[in-house]
Design a protein around this ligand. Structure first.
Ligand code: ATP
Length: 471
């Protein structure tokens, strides 16, 4: 495969709205010719929408899409040099394998002999030679998906778009097909844009991974970049297993977490700055506490599970739970020491240190934000030089109470994302006002749980600016 450096696809500042729902928010992406790019993210993050905009099945609300340097934002799918393979095979059930693949070519009125040559070449490419005259209903899921891929590549597109094409297959078949897709990509030499929510699939297949969350691109990089240098705790959590903890960057090359200081290699964060600390489970060295090796952390094994090649242990150290992977088993109840190399401690800037909302004062003890009227501690509103209709409200993550029985009229929302931080959970809750609320809690919630959102008056900090600053 020759991958030239010029982009074949450019997505420039694209947003897509469905009524008042933002599916994509200012997305920019450049894809090189011949590249295998995977768009990866949890359900609902907008990855299918992005693929459909590239395919032409939907149109961007804002921004533009260029293919081969030509603007194609509004060009219909059949006029773009792309072809799409969907999760569901979408084969014509009344046609046999040959006719399914030949369908588009016949529409183009291509000579019979040429159609035959192309169909046979496409079948060979997907490892289905000799299946031409089989009824598609008699094929396994994997074989049907191969036919669907053959049908897409028979048109010789410059770009093959694949929307979770292996999602309906069982694990073994999925693994086999992953290898075949990779081979196919090499042989065809065309650009693949692949959508999946499966991080392992993305790491295995791609030249480049685009990690998305909530309609935004979080990180673009090679699989190793994304795995070794995640830019934020979302990416770290989503790609591979991670221990993610709150920490404080004490100064350059020194970070504190879990109640003690650790040498690290990061610089430039400033002094005493709150950060997220990420340590991969395979980067923690575990040993019996009696060994000479000096432990940085001491703890007790809570559980030990065999994972096929390695063991996975949960170790509780001073109230923080660490996941550790090792080829040796350390049984539950054992006292152990842990060490981590400075290089293996990943430090990430925190995206925020508390909730910040825009709001307005209603009266001296009521403030409106998140589309809801909250009671707050008394605020002296006598100073008329201040703009009380534009205030900023701060609430600490651990000062938001989530209730599973929302009372009538209460602000409600849905748990969208859960991050375990060793000794508590950090949740992203999408309020019904469509604004995120970030919550630290010891309680266990699930993705998709409906919750009531309550804040005590004394935990609401109101900040007001001078009136002029809004003019
Ligand atoms: P999944 O893996 O579950 O398909 P996804 O990451 O592909 O998720 P999208 O299908 O792109 O996500 O959807 C992104 C958001 O846009 C979701 O909140 C979805 O409900 C919304 N959405 C997508 N298509 C439409 C539509 N036609 N009308 C209204 N909302 C839509």
């Amino acid at each position: 495969m020759q991958s030239e450096n010029r982009p074949i696809i450019e997505v420039r500042n694209v947003s897509k709205y469905f009524d008042d729902k933002t599916a994509l928010d200012d997305v920019s992406l450049s894809i090189r010719k011949g590249e295998f790019v995977t768009i990866l993210g949890p359900s609902g993050c907008g990855k299918t929408t992005l693929l459909r905009l590239i395919a032409g099945f939907q149109t961007a609300s804002e921004g533009m899409i260029l293919i081969n340097g030509r603007e194609m934002t509004r060009t219909p799918p059949h006029k773009r040099p792309v072809n799409t393979v969907f999760q569901k095979y979408a084969l014509f059930p009344h046609l046999n394998v040959y006719d399914n693949i030949a369908f588009g070519l016949k529409l183009k009125k291509m000579p019979k002999a040429e159609i035959m040559r192309k169909v046979q070449a496409a079948l060979k490419m997907v490892g289905m030679t000799d299946y031409e005259y089989r009824d598609v209903n008699s094929l396994s899921g994997g074989q049907q998906q191969r036919v669907a891929i053959a049908r897409a590549i028979v048109n010789e597109p410059e770009v093959l778009l694949l929307d979770e094409p292996l999602a309906a297959l069982d694990l073994k078949m999925r693994k086999d097909m992953q290898m075949e897709l990779k081979e196919m990509h090499k042989r065809l030499g065309i650009t693949f844009v692949y959508v999946t929510h499966d991080q392992e699939e993305a790491l295995t297949l791609s030249d480049t991974i685009v990690v998305m969350s909530e309609g935004r691109i979080q990180q673009i990089g090679t699989p190793t970049d994304i795995y070794n240098e995640p830019v934020n705790s979302f990416v770290a959590d989503f790609i591979g297993e991670s221990n993610i903890l709150n920490g404080t960057m004490v100064k350059d090359r020194l970070v504190s977490f879990c109640g003690r200081d650790f040498e690290c290699v990061d610089e430039g964060f400033g002094e005493n700055v709150p950060v997220d600390v990420v340590v991969r489970p395979e980067d923690l060295y575990i040993f019996p506490v009696s060994e000479k090796a000096k432990a940085q952390l001491r703890g007790v094994v809570q559980s030990c599970i065999f994972k096929g090649v390695h063991y996975e242990m949960a170790v509780l150290c001073d109230g923080y739970e660490f996941m550790v992977q090792d080829y040796h088993a350390f049984g539950a109840g054992m006292e152990v020491g842990l060490r981590v190399k400075p290089f293996d401690i990943h430090i990430m800037k925190k995206e925020r240190v508390c909730n910040v909302f825009e709001g307005r004062m209603i009266d001296g003890t009521h403030v409106e934000f998140l589309g809801y009227e909250f009671e707050c501690a008394p605020v002296n509103m006598e100073d008329s030089s201040k703009d009380w209709s534009h205030v900023t409200v701060e609430v600490d993550f651990d000062k938001i109470d989530l209730l599973d029985d929302a009372e009538d009229g209460m602000l409600t929302g849905e748990v969208k994302f859960i991050l375990y931080k060793g000794n508590h959970y950090h949740l992203t809750v999408l309020s019904d006002w469509d604004e995120n609320v970030f919550v630290d809690t010891d309680d266990v919630w699930d993705d998709g749980d409906r919750v009531g959102i309550a804040i005590r008056p004394e935990d609401i900090r109101v900040k007001v600016k001078a009136a002029e600053s809004h003019e």
